[in-house]
Ligand binder design. Structure first.
Ligand SMILES: [Zn+2]
Length: 564
């Protein structure tokens, strides 16, 4: 039933003046809507839209679409059929288009919350102390499984070994995944249970680290990890559902409205769909499946309003820390290796032709300069047959180390660079050892790539990193460690501006997920995905970015998380 009269809600916007600023922006005294609307306002609102960079309020309908925006100085009155429009005022906060993590692993983010989290472990001693405490209570048949250690800042300056862990857990198998997911350390009990001996050969694409006598040290790299992780029971569907839900809630609470979810296994697709249908997956997901999910991406199966299934992830190489990144020239600190290729040229060409035919987006992991060059050359070869690679919106995940001559080639290739600012400020502690000073000029080369015209999607790679929009925004703009320090070879000229960083986490991920008509900026006609922080990230001193906090997260006009 229609109410007999219209209530009028008054929006008193900032008292900066009464006149409208521009002819092109509507600033009427009263706007009547024939549907229910909500008004969002805040101290400052950055839109990401260069035609109207800042506004004072936006009006959103029940479907979450933005119907109107208002600028400073205007007084707007919103009327709806049901009475006054609801006004959601984030008061002292600053509102942005929704921050999207362009590369993370939702399942791993949830699992990190639920298993032994070794993030922040400070030394080998610290690590073994953690394990000792858990092993003391562990039943005889349990396997201790943890994740998140990384030795790069440790005083020991080496990876842990089986012998280190044996002191803490002589009988219980222990398997601890390095933060980057590309290496693990196992103790002797785990290696014995897995049947590892000095005679066990390195599998293709993997390496068992050995001592001078040829015995395994406990470190397993890339595809060798499966030799020991096979001991761990696969998680049940219920475990996976719990982890995905937990991960999504953690992400909403950090201010992320969406996540480009990498390396998703096919079995997760129906679980995510069911969770979302039940209202338990509050953020948007753009999923990139392992190759076992190729058909899901090709048929767009199990999609919902907020879940998109059209991408597949492949791996060209490993990671830099564990010397799995495929380099053009040998490692500076281990000249007998140039890293690992995880995809042969033959497999690459099969995958790219199938993906092009089936209109599947490829998200291609490449860290080393050799791995990146192989993809750039592939794109240059394919471009004429697909009418330009930019149509496909294929992405290089990490794009971490480029030969200097490949920066402009990358920009011209039509491939999207998907990069993680926090990797640089973590890796630059050890990257000079691995690469030498000369090769650092093209490493984590954000500004060089932007200047050359490339599109960069920003991400965190959580659970490899924390997965915080504020840490990523700081890393991208400061290019300093979290305590404000930069070192030789850190190339501060590759830091980006605040506006560029904002684009990396808002408009760029929208484009890289084919959603730029709906997401990425605050504009009339788009969906109201919004992130509110308690500080103005565009103007506060650099060091204060890390002290800022999320205030609220809005997806399609619905508040999915709000600070207490
Ligand atoms: Zn990743």
């Amino acid at each position: 039933m229609r109410p007999s009269h219209h209530h009028i809600a008054t929006l008193s916007l900032l008292a900066l003046g009464l006149a409208a600023c521009s002819d092109s922006i509507p600033a009427p005294d009263e706007v009547t809507f024939d549907e229910n609307v909500r008004v969002f306002t805040a101290k400052t609102i950055y839109t990401g839209n260069p035609d109207e960079p800042q506004i004072s309020a936006l009006i959103v309908n029940d479907q979450g679409r933005i119907l109107a925006t208002f600028r400073f100085g205007s007084h707007a009155y919103a009327t709806t059929p049901d009475g006054p429009a609801e006004i959601i005022n984030f008061e002292g906060a600053t509102l942005f288009p929704g921050f999207v993590d362009g590369h993370a692993h939702l399942l791993g983010i949830g699992q990190r919350e639920m298993t032994l989290d070794l993030t922040g472990t400070a030394s080998i001693d610290d690590l073994t102390t953690h394990i000792e405490a858990v092993a003391f209570d562990a039943p005889a048949d349990q396997i201790i499984y943890g994740r998140g250690w990384i030795e790069t800042g440790w005083p020991d300056a080496r990876m842990p070994t089986a012998a280190d862990l044996d002191k803490a857990a002589p009988n219980t198998p222990v398997i601890l995944i390095r933060a980057d997911g590309h290496a693990l350390v196992a103790n002797t009990a785990a290696m014995t249970a897995a049947g590892i001996s000095a005679d066990t050969p390195n599998p293709a694409g993997g390496k068992i680290e050995r001592d001078a006598s040829g015995a395994a040290t406990g470190i397993f790299i890339d595809k060798a990890m499966a030799l020991v992780t096979s001991l761990i029971a696969a998680p049940t569907e219920a475990d996976i559902a719990t982890a995905l839900e937990t991960g999504a809630q953690v992400y909403a609470s950090r201010g992320w409205t969406g996540l480009h979810n990498m390396s998703v296994s096919a079995m997760e697709a129906p679980i995510m769909e069911a969770l979302d249908t039940a209202g338990k997956l509050p953020i948007r997901l753009h999923n990139a499946y392992d190759t076992d999910g190729f058909d899901i991406a090709a048929t767009r199966a199990h999609e919902t309003d907020t879940i998109q299934n059209r991408a597949v992830k492949i791996y060209m190489d490993g990671a830099l820390g564990s010397r799995g990144a495929q380099l053009l020239a040998p490692y500076s600190d281990q000249p007998d290796t140039s890293g690992l290729s995880l995809t042969s040229q033959g497999d690459l060409s099969d995958t790219v032709s199938r993906a092009a035919t089936d209109n599947v987006q490829l998200a291609m992991h490449a860290i080393g300069d050799q791995a990146n060059r192989r993809l750039i050359e592939m794109a240059e070869r394919m471009s004429p047959t697909v009418g330009g690679m930019s149509n496909l919106r294929w992405r290089i995940e990490h794009t971490q180390i480029l030969d200097m001559s490949d920066i402009s080639r990358m920009a011209n290739s039509g491939l999207i660079a998907s990069m993680q600012p926090s990797h640089a400020i973590g890796d630059l502690h050890f990257a000079p050892d691995r690469l030498g000073q000369d090769r650092l000029a093209g490493a984590y080369a954000w500004q060089g790539l932007l200047d050359a015209g490339a599109l960069i999607v920003g991400g965190s790679d959580a659970p490899v990193e924390v997965g915080s929009p504020l840490i990523e925004f700081y890393a991208a703009t400061a290019r300093k460690s979290l305590d404000g320090i930069s070192g030789e070879g850190w190339h501060p000229e590759h830091a980006v501006s605040r506006a560029q960083a904002l684009a990396m986490f808002t408009s760029a991920p929208a484009f890289a997920s084919f959603q730029e008509d709906d997401l990425g900026t605050i504009e009339v006609g788009k969906l109201a995905d919004l992130t509110a922080f308690n500080a103005d990230l565009m103007t506060i001193p650099e060091a204060d970015i890390l002290k800022a906090e999320p205030v609220a997260t809005v997806v399609a006009g619905q508040i999915i998380w709000q600070a207490d």
